[in-house]
Design a protein around this ligand. Structure first.
Ligand code: HEC
Length: 132
């Protein structure tokens, strides 16, 4: 086989592996994979809950449980990055914490919105002792 064929094969394999990676993994409703856990930590550190509620149910800001059922990931990223300043949603573009973890934040919130992550407070999958 020539180089082009090998390249195409390598890309196909990489693509398939990427496509199979789930957005989030959860067991028992609140034990999640490390990246989704990072999403939860980002949520906490940024204190999104002071406007969207500790369970994402909405307060001055809308329920993100509802929002993420209809928003695309792209819309989510744009809204969080730029905010909607005139409507009270701050921009997070200057928050390294939020920007570095935006995929994880989305995964966590999507899991909540999907009803798969049943408790807002999540813990690592591999530490059964920490099941608060
Ligand atoms: C100071 C209060 C406040 C904070 C803090 C805040 N938000 Fe918001 N957010 C709002 C308000 C108010 C809206 C509704 C804006 C509108 O009416 O379009 C909103 C809208 C949104 C939307 C769009 C929802 C939709 O249905 O269009 C998303 C997504 C969102 N916020 C995510 C976040 C995330 C993630 C964080 C933390 C990084 C966060 N917000 C922090 C107030 C806040």
């Amino acid at each position: 086989m020539n180089r082009k064929v090998w390249m195409a094969l390598a890309l196909a394999v990489a693509g398939a592996a990427w496509a199979e990676k789930p957005l989030y993994t959860v067991v028992d409703g609140n034990k999640v994979d490390p990246d989704t856990l990072k999403g939860f930590r980002t949520w906490r550190q940024a204190a999104c809950d002071r406007c969207h509620g500790p369970n994402q149910e909405g307060m001055v800001g809308p329920s993100l449980i509802d929002s993420l059922k209809v928003m695309t990931k792209e819309q989510f990223v744009t809204t969080v990055t730029n905010g909607r300043v005139e409507k009270g949603m701050p921009p997070w573009s200057t928050s390294k914490n939020v920007m570095d973890n935006i995929d994880h934040l989305y995964a966590y919130l999507k899991g909540r919105s999907d009803g798969k992550i049943t408790k807002a407070h999540v813990v690592p999958m591999d530490s059964p002792a920490e099941t608060k």
